[in-house]
Design a protein around this ligand. Structure first.
Ligand code: NAD
Ligand code: TDX
Length: 335
């Protein structure tokens, strides 16, 4: 099976590539990634010598490069490439609109032109908006995104659906909850808190810290994507979730305590504008129809993840320089 992965140098894409190459000897992967601030070739060191893996630096909004790779006739395109951080989309939405919407159009057009048999769009729970204290999102919930990031992802979902209906393209959409695990960029809650705590820096918690997220280990997400890629029904959406709700302040306290640091590092700061209160995924469709369910418990997964950041200090220290510091000052400086 030849897979064209986009955005494979990011957090989830790199975990997916490593998982697929290690698990299946008949899988070949081409990875196109623009290497934005979030893309890191170091994530793929363990597979870069593999004869079944090839990296191409390129932009999914660039029709020429996408057409060139599509002309190699992969069996499937799995689209992880995106601007993925909500806070950055509040500072400037432009790149989100370009990559997350226009980039998807370019990929879909290439699928049509070269007859690619399947397109997998990696979407997110955030397209459904925000939940109250009860209930969960199912695939039939309306799309009610609240941030420029989630609006761009919801737009892409609608476009993917339209190409299924109008052009009969073989597409599937996955919508997953919050991931955590190795190689996550330290702008997202869990790696930010782990690395700041290790550096004895403030731990900025937005608002009252009671916003709830549904956490899933990245490896469980990768396995779900593989399942949907192989067995999902064309035109369908599949929710993916960890069945694991935590409010932010509990996660932060857990990390602080595991690292033996003081809770006085925790600082409540000005809330994120448009901050979604709660996400919770109902992934019953994926479990009952395709047989997937999450395997890694949060206590095991978070322990393993904290250890990974402890053992890979050089990885995140190299990231937390230059562009990262500029972003950090812009976003957190006045909170
Ligand atoms: P990430 O920011 O870590 O990685 C994104 C990757 O895409 C980077 O390697 C970046 O260089 C690349 N990229 C960005 N713009 C590009 C472009 N124009 N052309 C080619 N490559 C480009 O993101 P992530 O957390 O790994 O998320 C991957 C996907 O999963 C995204 O589509 C995101 O919306 C979705 N998702 C993420 C989560 C999560 O919790 N992280 C949850 C659900 C869904
Ligand atoms: O410094 C912080 N302080 C804080 O309180 C940061 C970075 C976050 N938070 C809160 C905001 C959220 O309630 O923690 C929660 C998680 O924040 P993020 O890690 O930024 O994730 P979220 O906004 O929930 O979005 C994530 O899940 C869905 C990913 O970034 C998206 O790419 C994915 O689609």
């Amino acid at each position: 099976m030849k897979i064209l992965v986009t955005g494979g140098c990011g957090f989830i894409g790199s975990n997916f590539i490593i998982y697929m190459l290690e698990t299946y000897t008949d899988v070949e992967i081409v990875n196109i990634d623009l290497l934005t601030y979030a893309g890191n070739l170091e994530n793929l060191k363990s597979v870069e010598q593999s004869t079944r893996y090839r990296f191409v630096k390129g932009d999914i909004t660039d029709r020429d490069i996408v057409r060139l790779l599509a002309s190699e006739k992969p069996d499937v395109i799995v689209n992880f490439a995106a601007e993925s951080h909500v806070d950055r989309s509040i500072i400037d939405p432009s790149a989100f609109i370009k990559t997350n919407i226009l980039g998807v159009q370019v990929l879909l057009d290439a699928c049509r032109e070269f007859g690619i048999p399947r397109f997998v769009q990696i979407s997110t729970d955030e397209v459904y908006g925000s939940l109250g204290p009860e209930g969960s999102f199912s695939e039939t919930n309306p799309l009610e995104p609240n941030s420029p990031y989630s609006a761009s992802k919801a737009s892409a979902d609608l476009l993917v659906h339209a190409y299924f209906k109008t052009f009969n393209l073989n597409v599937v959409i996955t919508r997953c909850s919050n991931n955590y695990g190795p190689y996550q960029f330290p702008e997202k809650l869990i790696p930010l808190m782990i690395t700041n705590a290790l550096e004895d820096k403030d731990l900025p918690v937005y608002g009252d810290g009671l916003n709830v997220r549904d956490w899933i280990h990245v490896l469980d997400h990768c396995k779900a994507v593989n399942t949907v890629m192989r067995h999902g029904v064309a035109g369908q959406v599949y929710n993916i979730g960890g069945r694991c709700e935590y409010c932010n302040i509990d996660i932060v306290k857990l990390i602080v305590n595991k690292l033996g640091k003081s809770e006085s590092l925790i600082k409540f700061v000005k809330d994120r504008p448009g901050h979604d209160r709660r996400y919770c995924m109902n992934a019953d469709k994926l479990t009952s129809e395709l047989g997937w369910s999450p395997e890694i418990s949060f206590p095991d997964g978070i322990e393993q993840t904290i250890n990974w950041y402890l053992e890979n200090q050089a990885w995140w220290e190299r990231i937390k320089t230059g562009e990262y510091l500029k972003y950090y000052d812009t976003w957190y400086g006045e909170r």
